[in-house]
Design a protein around this ligand. Structure first.
Ligand SMILES: C[S@@+](CC[C@H](N)C(=O)[O-])C[C@H]1O[C@@H](n2cnc3c(N)ncnc32)[C@H](O)[C@@H]1O
Length: 211
């Protein structure tokens, strides 16, 4: 069954309100690795959560739009950006449901890091709209769980796309794309109960061919 936008928003608000912080506050390692090698421009962070990736990008000269369905997450992101000394004009925080949100303008980089949702979220059209907003020569980065973390509820998350399937979502959006990275990376992580585990992430970097 597909949840309504309001159901999705309520569920994420409840999750964020269950704790003062959910995420570590550190930018995702794959984003740091990939974006650290790119010339800064305009970036779009899909499902930016508490804002660590957007803040990291802004600190490296990117002008960022961070989109999330949770206003609570965005309020935390805004506070952290202010604490980090980021000028407000360098980050736009947009509270919207990505299943219907249309990017305005064009971007040199879009990233979807762990844009997972258990509430009837159809990922392919969201990725396709982001892909359509990428300029020639620009990049789209997807980082997602290749296997569910042991502490997650696998039943709720259902089947996870493979790295190859993530890459195809970008290609089917139209335009000519080069697959720069399509792989599974392993990393050590700490779960909500402090438990340690090795996690497997899909890391997919697609480059839109220059005209
Ligand atoms: C697993 S968290 C990842 C957060 C962040 N990207 C990170 O890596 O730490 C997924 C995020 O996507 C957001 N999200 C889920 N479904 C969404 C939707 N339909 N529209 C906008 N944001 C959504 C959630 O609110 C949450 O902040």
């Amino acid at each position: 069954m597909t949840d309504s936008s309001e159901d999705r928003r309520t569920a994420w608000e409840e999750r964020y309100n269950s704790s003062e912080r959910i995420w570590s506050g550190a930018a995702n390692a794959a984003l740091v690795d990939v974006a650290g090698a790119l010339e800064p421009g305009r970036a779009l962070d899909l499902g930016c959560g508490e804002g660590a990736d957007a803040i990291w990008l802004t600190g490296r000269g990117w002008r960022v739009t961070g989109v999330d369905i949770s206003q609570t997450a965005l309020d935390r992101a805004r506070v952290d950006a202010t604490t980090a000394g980021i000028e407000p004009r360098h980050i736009d925080w947009v509270c919207a449901d990505l299943t219907t949100w249309q990017p305005e303008g064009s971007f040199d980089l879009a990233s979807a890091c762990f844009l997972h949702d258990t509430h009837g979220f159809e990922r392919a059209p969201v990725i396709a709209r982001a892909a359509a907003s990428i300029v020639p020569g620009g990049h789209l980065l997807i980082v997602s769980h290749a296997e569910m973390p042991p502490w997650a509820n696998a039943h709720h998350h259902g089947q996870m796309p493979t790295a190859e399937e993530e890459a195809r979502m970008v290609e089917t959006a139209g335009g000519v794309w080069e697959a720069a990275i399509v792989e599974v990376r392993r990393r050590q992580a700490t779960g909500p109960g402090g438990q340690r585990a090795e996690l497997a992430d899909n890391v997919v970097l697609m480059r839109r061919a220059a005209r």
